[in-house]
Design a protein around this ligand. Structure first.
Ligand SMILES: Nc1nc2c(ncn2[C@@H]2O[C@H](COP(=O)(O)OP(=O)(O)OP(=O)(O)O)[C@@H](O)[C@H]2O)c(=O)[nH]1
Ligand SMILES: [Mg+2]
Length: 361
């Protein structure tokens, strides 16, 4: 190939040699074609049912995609996975930043895989949309679990709304279960509304705490404590053991003040150390007690079907809202009406009516 003569300036660098035609074009095209080839829904489903984690990851990516053309394929995959998805236990774990969630999940997850269970860890963390989830950085905190072939760790889906992120996680649960993971751990940071979303997709909800300076019960949102089936006081090691035991007593007392749960389960408090692993096995024993009770009194199945109908309406709400706000004509009219409302020229209700009428016409 002839190249135009380069100007002889001080900035000119020596030309490299041209790639021999025979290697480049054909093989590069071939590789590109292979890379671009997207597996079909059926290929993904087959892979997932065979326990293939790569297929699982690709399917979760598909489910998370915001590209409308992926929706049909994603739904196809999920529907085919659904019949294989009901043999698991789903555990939600929440706690404020620094309480030791990642360290605990590493210890707990390793304990579970040592018992022959297959563990998937997912996260609901809408705040991490940009950084793509703290779990990624966490891979160092979960070093052993990441390497464990019976474990699968996936960072939080990204998205604008908690509802969107949560729905994608719920679908990811189904895919993980179809892939053979029988224990699903959903982690969330205990700072916002995300606990409620996680609570509505799990069988068992675990609140991780650390012993403070006597004021254990302050600063916890009552709602979160009410959701907990088990409060685990972490970092009960070294000098902290005594404080942790004291906190346990206080939490126990507080829990007894709550009305009894529909599950028939009396929430418990326990201490553990994610570092020394003391008490980690007890957490799993407690979850098993809960499972025996709620399977016997049928609450387990009842709750799962309640959750299914909740997610049906949630998904409709979410998609209607999205569709409404992203329609260009609506967005323009909304902007216009907002001004009118701010200037008291139009009541908020009248403005809403106009917009909804336009939308549904
Ligand atoms: N002494 C002691 N330290 C712990 C224990 N568990 C976690 N830590 C330490 O606490 C710090 C925070 O732990 P993480 O596991 O990252 O906490 P996290 O809840 O995942 O934090 P975020 O991801 O920021 O929400 C780390 O320095 C851990 O080593 C424990 O049981 N005992
Ligand atoms: Mg963490």
């Amino acid at each position: 190939m002839d190249k135009p003569k380069a100007h002889k300036t001080a900035l000119h660098e020596v030309d490299g040699i041209d790639q021999p035609e025979s290697i480049s074009k054909a093989s590069i095209e071939h590789v590109t074609r292979l890379r671009k080839k997207q597996p079909t829904a059926q290929e993904l489903v087959n892979g997932i049912l065979n326990g293939d984690k790569t297929a699982l990851s690709r399917a979760i990516t598909l489910v998370e995609s915001t590209n409308p053309s992926h929706l049909e394929k994603a739904n196809d995959v999920i529907n085919q996975c659904l019949p294989h998805a009901d043999k698991s236990v789903r555990i939600g774990i929440t706690g404020v930043p620094g309480v030791g969630k990642s360290t605990f999940i590493e210890a707990f997850g390793k304990h579970l895989t040592s018992l022959g269970r297959k563990v998937a860890v997912l996260a609901v963390d809408p705040s991490s949309s940009l950084s793509h989830g703290s779990i990624l950085g966490d891979k160092t905190r979960m070093e052993e679990l990441v390497k464990d072939e019976n474990a699968y760790i996936r960072p939080s889906a990204s998205g604008d709304t908690l509802g969107g992120v949560a729905r994608k996680t719920r679908e990811a649960i189904i895919l993980c279960e179809a892939c053979g993971f029988d224990t699903i751990i959903i982690e969330t940071v205990g700072v916002g509304q995300s606990e409620t979303a996680v609570h509505s997709m799990v069988d068992f909800f675990l609140l991780l705490k650390i012993a403070g300076a006597g004021d254990e019960l302050q600063g916890i949102k009552r709602g979160i404590m009410e959701m907990a089936d088990l409060i685990v006081i972490n970092k009960a090691d070294g000098d902290n053991i005594k404080k942790a035991k004291l906190a346990k007593t206080e939490f126990n007392r507080a829990l007894h003040l709550f009305p009894p749960k529909n599950s028939g389960w009396q929430p418990k408090v326990t201490t553990c150390s994610a570092i020394t692993h003391d008490g980690v096995a007890d957490v799993w024993d407690t979850i098993n007690e809960y499972l025996s009770l709620t399977k016997e009194n049928r609450f387990f199945g009842f709750r799962r079907s309640e959750q299914n109908s909740y997610w049906l309406t949630e998904t409709i709400n979410e998609q209607l809202k999205n569709n409404f706000y992203t329609r260009e004509d609506i967005a323009a009219l909304l902007e216009q009406n907002k001004k009118a409302v701010q200037n008291n020229e139009l009541s908020p209700f009248a403005a809403a009516q106009v917009l909804l009428e336009k939308y549904f016409k």
